[in-house]
Design a binder for this molecule. Structure first.
Ligand code: NAD
Ligand code: IPM
Ligand code: MN
Length: 357
C-alpha cells in the first residue's frame, strides 16, 4: 500500500530523531511491501527563521493532504524572546488545533530490560506497568483567553482555563473506548476542589460514564495523582486529564519508564488521520551531538502504523525491534546503566532498523 507522510523535523534534536524514525519506516516498507512517501515541511523555529511564521500555510495544507504526520520537536533558546504568537511552540499548538487533534495518547510502558533505568525501588515496579495517558490536546489553558492588563498592583497577566461540555465528553469517550480494549479501568485526574473548570469537567466525566458503566472509573485530584504515580505506578491503567495536567503528568510518567526519550505519542481526532510525535522537546542541551534517544520517535511511528494505517503486524515489528535492542543491552546515554552498552543516536537507529523483521 501507499501512504503519504508529512514530516516536520522541527528544531534541536527534532531533525535527528525524525531521520532515524524515517529510516525505520523505510525498512518496514521494504519488508512488508508498502511505500511511504515522505514530504518534509517546516514548523517551529526553523519555519520562523525561513518564513517569518512558526506555521506556514503550506505546512498546514501538506499535512491536511497527507495520511499522517510525523513530528520531531520544536523550540529552543534562540526563539525564547519572541512574542507568544510567533514562538515555535505556537506553531505546534496551532497545527494540533487546525487538524482537530484533540486526543493525545501517551503510553508509558516499562520495558522489562529498562527496569534498571527506572528510578523507583524494584519492589514498586515488579511485573512492570503499562499506563496510557489520554490528554486533552486542543482546549484548556493552552487555548483560553490570555493577556496582560494594568492593575492596582502594576502589570498583570492571565491565562484562562476554559472547557466546554462537548470538549470534555469527546476526550472522556476516547478514554473509555481505549479502556474497553485494555483492562476496563480509567482514572480521571482534575482539580475539582479548586477549579470551576474542573468541576464541570468532573460532572461531564460522570455523565458520560453512564454509557460506560462496564468500565471501572475513579477520580483523583492532580496533586495526589502526581504523588501516586511515584508511590505506586501499577495502580494506573488509563488516565484521562486536561491539556495542562496531561502535559505535566506524562513527563513524570515518562521518567518512570527510564527516560523522557522513551515515550511516544499519537494525536488523534475523529478519523484515521493522526500526528505522531515523541513527548519530549527539542533538548537543546544535547542537540547536534548524536546523543539523543530516538526510540520515542521510532515508537511513535509504530503508533502511526497501528492507528492511522491499520498495520498492526508492522507496528508490532517496530516494537519488537525496539525491545530486542534493549534486551541486547544497547542504551543511549539517557537510559544507560552500568553493564549496558552505550551507543549514540545513529547507532541506536541503525540497530532498530537491523532488528526489524
Ligand atoms: P526537553 O524535553 O526538550 O528536554 C528536557 C530534558 O530531557 C533535557 O535534559 C534533554 O536533554 C532531555 N531529553 C529530552 N528528549 C531526550 C531524548 N530524546 N533523548 C535524551 N534526552 C532527552 O524539555 P525542555 O528542555 O523543557 O524544552 C526544550 C525546548 O523544547 C523548549 O523550547 C520547549 O518549548 C520545547 N518543547 C517542545 C516539545 C514539542 O515540540 N513537542 C515538547 C516539549 C518541549
Ligand atoms: C508537549 C510540549 C508542548 C505542549 C509544548 C511545546 C507546546 O510540551 O508536546 O508535551 O505543552 O503540549
Ligand atoms: Mn510537554
Amino acid at each position: 500500500m501507499n501512504f503519504n507522510v508529512a514530516v516536520i523535523p522541527g528544531d534541536g534534536i527534532g531533525p535527528e530523531v525524525t531521520e532515524q524514525a524515517v529510516l525505520v519506516l523505510e525498512k518496514i516498507g521494504e519488508l512488508y511491501n508498502h511505500s511511504f512517501n515522505f514530504t518534509e515541511v517546516l514548523a517551529g523555529g526553523s519555519a520562523y527563521d525561513l518564513k517569518g511564521t512558526p506555521l506556514p500555510q503550506e505546512t498546514i495544507d501538506i499535512c491536511k493532504n497527507s495520511d499522517a504526520v510525523l513530528l520531531g520537536a520544536v523550540g529552543g533558546p534562540k526563539w525564547d524572546n519572541l512574542p507568544g504568537n510567533l514562538r515555535p511552540e505556537k506553531g505546534l499548538l496551532q497545527i494540533r488545533k487546525e487538524l482537530g487533534l484533540y486526543a493525545n495518547i501517551r503510553p508509558a510502558v516499562l520495558f522489562d530490560p529498562l527496569k534498571e533505568a527506572c528510578p523507583l525501588k524494584p519492589e514498586l515496579i515488579e511485573g512492570g506497568f503499562d499506563i496510557c495517558v489520554v490528554r486533552e490536546l486542543t482546549g484548556g489553558m493552552y487555548f483560553g483567553e490570555k493577556g496582560r492588563k494594568e492593575t492596582d498592583m502594576g502589570m498583570a497577566a492571565y491565562d484562562t482555563e476554559l472547557y466546554s461540555e462537548p470538549e470534555v465528553d469527546r476526550i472522556v469517550r476516547k478514554a473509555f473506548e481505549i479502556a474497553r480494549k485494555r483492562n476496563n479501568k480509567v482514572t480521571n485526574i482534575d482539580k475539582m476542589n479548586v477549579l470551576e473548570s474542573s468541576r464541570l469537567w468532573r460532572e461531564v466525566v460522570n455523565k458520560t460514564y453512564e454509557e460506560y458503566s462496564d468500565v471501572t472509573l475513579n477520580h483523583l485530584l492532580v496533586d495526589n495523582a502526581a504523588m501516586q504515580l511515584i508511590r505506586d505506578p501499577k495502580q494506573f491503567d488509563v488516565i484521562v486529564t486536561t491539556n495542562m495536567f496531561g502535559d505535566i503528568l506524562s513527563d513524570e510518567a515518562s521518567m518512570l519508564t527510564g527516560s523522557i526519550g522513551m515515550l511516544p505519542s499519537a494525536s488523534l481526532g475523529e478519523g484515521k488521520f493522526g500526528l505522531y510525535e515523541p513527548i519530549h522537546g527539542s533538548a537543546p542541551d544535547i542537540a547536534g551531538q548524536d546523543k539523543a534517544n530516538p526510540l520515542a520517535t521510532i515508537l511513535s511511528t509504530a503508533m502511526m502504523l497501528r492507528f492511522s494505517f491499520d498495520l498492526e503486524k508492522e507496528a508490532k515489528a517496530i516494537e519488537d525491534a525496539v525491545l530486542k535492542v534493549l534486551s541486547e543491552g544497547y542504551r543511549t546515554k539517557d537510559i544507560y546503566s552500568k553493564g549496558t552498552n552505550l551507543v549514540g543516536l545513529k547507532e541506536m537507529g541503525r540497530l532498530v532498523v537491523s532488528f526489524c523483521k
